[in-house]
Design a protein around this ligand. Sequence first.
Ligand code: EPU
Length: 309
Amino acid sequence: MKARLEHLRAPATTAFGEAVSFDEPMARHTLYKIGGPADVFVHATRLGLLRSAVRFAAEHALALHVIGHGSNLLVPDDGVRGLVVRAALTTARVEGTALTAGAGVALPQAAALAAKHALSGLEFAVGIPGTVGGALVMNAGCHGREIGELVERVDVVARDGEVRTLVRDECRFAYRTSALREQGVAVAGATLRLAPDDGAAIEQRMGEHRAWRADTQPHGRPNAGCVFKNPPGDAAGRLIDKAGCKGLGVGGAEVSTVHANFIINRDGATYADVTRLIETVRERVAAQFGIRLELELIILGADTEGTAH
Ligand code: EPU
């Protein structure tokens, strides 16, 4: 079968070589293992490829979607229109108390590198399955810490394909969001400012974080982390639990019995299964508590374009 954007095959191959594919199944690129084909998909392992992808999307009027490990992503069964670029820049280094990492570096890897250099600040990230780029866009956090607090600068690829450096204030970090998302630009990497500390103490805190997560969050079945943001002053997990939703299922999707703010892909769940379950949970929580839960999970392609990771 011919790709939807067959006419772009020649220019895309010229621009990206083997890094481009057409009709790429997004189920391969989300931890949920859910999602239909992306029209054009670029695996950007170098800054040059990331810049070319941003420029290519602009030149051909394609919606641009940037992803990382797909750890917080839900992709529709009929896929994503436009160009999806996976920001897979994976170099990382430490100079003094600064850790500089590409957008595609895994958070646990960044945390381990910091620990190796006896630098504190990233312990909270040791069990988060996302990338540095995704964590910045979403301002990922855990145990009262957020990655935004550590940022010294973020390098982004702007719509014109040029690299710009933003300082922390320009990123406007807030609870599970930032200006990096609104701008529809691609994060290339960042420099985080850490604090010297005792290596053994850092390792111990990381161990505690891992153990806490293993006890309180589901594992072993595909999921995309917390589905809903916590409403002010409360916890979505507590409300969903109290509304009696634990174990509720639609098709292959199920509200986790371990933590109610997780929906797991129990058995071949589709986008339709997950979204129907999301609506059921929302309705029950709204009926019982009068609170409308807001999604934390990002639905790729729900806005016309975006930076999700
Ligand atoms: N709770 C229940 N039932 C449940 C789950 C939780 O009653 O099924 C209660 C807990 O007992 C606790 C409260 O709800 O009193 C809060 O639960 P928890 O401590 O697990 O934290 P959370 O608010 O649900 C947030 C983040 C997590 C992060 C943890 C740890 C959000 C939406 N979630 O969860 O982040 O790991 O704190 O700091 O902000 C994510 O962003 O994907 C994520 C998992």
